[in-house]
Design a binder for this molecule. Structure first.
Ligand SMILES: Cc1ncc(COP(=O)(O)O)c(C=O)c1O
Length: 433
């Protein structure tokens, strides 16, 4: 490593003046910041307060915590779907269950294939495997980190039942060609919107383009109940099956003897969660808007850093900034991505490379092909044998080796944002060739 200098200067937004130089914190210099991010808001960085408390108090006072007989879970389903301009909402216990509900509503047979992304949370795959279907992984676009339509189409077989584009970090997948593939082959599309509330693709909102689409309300998501999920659809038949699957296959029709129409789960959201979800739902658009402002300001400041590639946002689309992914240019900087991330972390801006370390199909579930006893569904008579190889998704490998998804929060102050700009400029200049 060469000498670590940087230009430690007060600057105007978007500018870094060359006045003084300072050693990188990783080499013993003074870090840009020593306090955790964000500087304001509650410790969790989530907007949770009086509105949630008032709704919770109301639930407790009624004594009904079960969704049937309560009001908040119904209200969430009706108002969340209406907010997106969708007909139906089906609430549940997590993003994983929201996706499982969508998959089960579509109803793959054992051995049917569902094409999705190799960089995602396991929650995208759990519902596929639980239904004895087979995940198939398309490669990712190097700029947006979302599935490439041409890679999806190359994987279509007579067993393909659905495509699940994952709107990674808050950027939508390239939906027009994906929807066209779905139409061409008669395959349903399920949007994984767990990281993407109110993202926009050419004027359409995330969660409004696929046949049935799923959101997560896990702690870190744009709206949160700690854990929770919601599935949305315009399709009446999918809605009926989804609602049944969420509640043990139980139609609950008044006056009709109790019955279970098919194997479902108990993924019911309770009223306590619903109460928080309704309050969060009222804030989610403002959270996304505030993150957009923070991201724009960060981009302005980071754009002066040599060799740092800013997040790419597809034309006519709006990111919702669940994370803020950057990469570095090795032609300009003489450090590795890991060294850059380490130096940045020492400056007080937590950073690491990769998001998930390896493509999700490198986990034992896929490599040893074990889900249920005897190796089902991979060894099932209905399944086409398949090997999951890293070499099949070269872009994904490169993305995971390069990417630094930085945290971003609606509570970031101007000072927090300036610290990002200062620290990234400082590290980049120190490593400039
Ligand atoms: C892209 C994606 N899909 C699915 C999930 C699963 O959501 P949950 O953790 O709420 O089950 C997550 C959550 O991290 C996610 O980020």
């Amino acid at each position: 490593m060469g000498p670590s200098w940087y230009l430690a200067t007060p600057y105007q937004w978007g500018e870094v003046d060359e006045v003084s130089i300072e050693k990188l914190a990783i080499d013993g210099g003074t870090p840009v910041r020593t306090t955790p991010l964000p500087s304001v808001g509650n410790k969790s960085g989530r907007d949770i307060g009086q509105e949630e408390l008032a709704n919770l108090t109301e639930v407790i006072n009624t004594g009904t915590l079960f969704r049937y007989g309560g009001k908040f879970v119904d209200q969430l389903e009706n108002e969340f779907s209406a907010m997106l301009g969708m007909k139906h909402g089906i609430s549940s216990t997590s993003g994983t269950s929201a996706l499982h509900i969508a998959i089960a509503a579509i109803g793959p047979n054992p051995g049917d294939e569902i094409i999705t992304a190799p960089i995602t949370d396991m929650g995208t795959l759990i519902g596929i495997l639980a239904q004895n279907a087979i995940p198939v992984f398309a490669d990712l676009d190097p700029k947006t980190y979302t599935i490439m339509p041409e890679s999806v189409e190359a994987l279509i077989t007579e067993k393909t039942k659905a495509i699940i584009p994952v709107h990674l970090f808050g950027q939508t997948a390239d939906m027009d060609p994906i929807l066209a593939i779905g139409k061409k082959y008669g395959i349903k599309v399920i949007e994984d919107c767990c990281q993407a509330y109110f993202s926009e693709y050419k004027g359409r909102l995330s969660g409004t383009m696929g046949d049935i689409n799923a959101f997560s309300m896990q702690q870190s998501k744009h709206m949160t109940t700690g854990d929770g999920g919601i599935t949305v659809t315009n399709d009446d038949a999918l809605n009926t099956r989804a609602k049944l699957f969420m509640d043990k296959g139980w139609p609950r029709e008044p006056g009709v003897p109790r019955e279970y129409l098919f194997l479902g789960m108990n993924y019911r959201m309770n009223e306590l969660t619903g109460a928080v979800a309704v309050a969060q739902m009222r804030k989610v658009q403002s959270v996304v808007e505030r993150r957009r402002k923070v991201a724009d300001a960060m981009t302005k400041l980071i754009s002066t850093a040599p060799g740092v590639n800013l997040p790419y946002v597809r034309e006519n689309c709006k990111h919702s900034w669940w994370l803020y992914p950057i990469t570095i240019d090795p032609a300009v900087l003489k450090c590795t991505s890991a060294e850059f991330a380490q130096a940045l972390s020492k400056e007080g801006i937590p950073a690491s490379v990769g998001y998930i370390g390896k493509p999700i199909f490198t986990t034992e579930i896929f490599q040893k092909q074990r889900v249920y006893g005897y190796g089902c569904p991979f060894t099932c008579q209905h399944t086409t044998p398949r090997e999951y190889k890293e070499s099949d998704t070269p872009n994904t490998l490169k993305i995971l080796a390069d990417i630094m998804p930085l945290s971003i929060n609606e509570y970031f102050t101007q000072k927090d944002i300036e610290d990002y700009g200062t620290a990234i400029n400082k590290v980049a200049r120190a490593y400039q060739r």
